[in-house]
Design a protein around this ligand. Structure first.
Ligand SMILES: [Zn+2]
Length: 273
């Protein structure tokens, strides 16, 4: 709440906030209501919550609250154009309609979902309904090009139809919708090269083996390269990585420290279990 107020009073080009409610099954009704009341006092603030990830989520919600996961969130006022529901896999037609009618963002993360074996989000239906669908990664890893490739394959396998989720549809929602969602937080044009837009650019070292055009670019992105081909990263007009070198950070030192902390975390974990 304090951080939210701070980002309101002192807007930052790269910092913004919403209520992070973790997961529907870890937040009780009293907490939900308190968060909704706090959000209403601020206005134009939404919630980020992992919900309807799998059957366990639905069964817990039905057993504890007598409502399906998204029904419960809707009843408490969590849905809306500033909120992000992560997963939305185990939902029925009415819950899908609630997400659509409230203009709620839905974040899809195929690799995390496959890793947790929680089912497949009905992405084709969400796109048919022109829902506000974005691509996320749920921390599986931050290579969004790899996430796109997995999404491209997953929905074909799940539907037994190679025509499902063609690359142009996929790349469009994963870029335009993601930029629109981020733009809602940062109040500026993102995801395009135009005057006044944020100067956030990646350069990819890719020598296409077949003709590259604006029409076939999505297929080159799926089949031709991944995050490892990113050569240079520019954020806010400032070069952060040049030719895969990040000069302003001590990458080796950070990795060494990370190994130490990871080991200590495991030791604490095993000591407690
Ligand atoms: Zn999740």
């Amino acid at each position: 709440m304090r951080f939210l107020q701070k980002t309101r009073s002192q807007p930052h080009p790269r910092l913004a906030a919403s209520f992070g409610l973790h997961a529907a099954l870890t937040v009780g009704d009293a907490t939900l209501d308190q968060c909704v009341a706090a959000a209403e006092s601020l206005g134009e603030v939404g919630f980020h919550v992992h919900a309807a990830e799998g059957t366990a989520d639905r069964e817990h919600s039905l057993a504890t609250y007598g409502l399906r996961t998204i029904d419960r969130l809707a009843q408490h006022g969590v849905l809306g154009p500033h909120s992000i529901i992560v997963h939305a896999i185990d939902i029925d037609a009415w819950e899908m309609a609630l997400l659509r009618e409230t203009g709620t963002w839905v974040s899809h993360q195929p690799r995390s979902n496959m890793n947790n074996a929680v089912g497949v989000t009905d992405v084709p239906a969400m796109l048919r309904g022109n829902m506000k669908l974005v691509l996320g990664n749920d921390g599986f890893s931050n290579d969004m090009l790899e996430e796109m490739r997995v999404a491209y394959l997953l929905h074909k396998a799940a539907s037994h139809d190679p025509r499902t989720l063609p690359a142009d549809q996929l790349v469009h929602f994963a870029t335009a919708n993601n930029a629109a969602l981020a733009g809602q937080f940062f109040h500026r044009t993102l995801g395009e090269l135009s005057p006044g837009a944020a100067a956030d650019v990646i350069l990819v070292d890719y020598d296409p083996p077949t003709p590259l055009s604006i029409d076939n670019l999505p297929w080159h992105m799926i089949f031709g390269f991944d995050g490892r081909k990113v050569d240079t990263t520019i954020v806010g007009g400032k070069i952060l990585m040049r030719h895969q070198q990040i000069d302003h950070l001590d990458s080796e030192g950070i990795a060494a420290r990370s190994r130490e902390v990871a080991q200590q975390t495991w030791e604490r974990f095993w000591a407690q279990s």
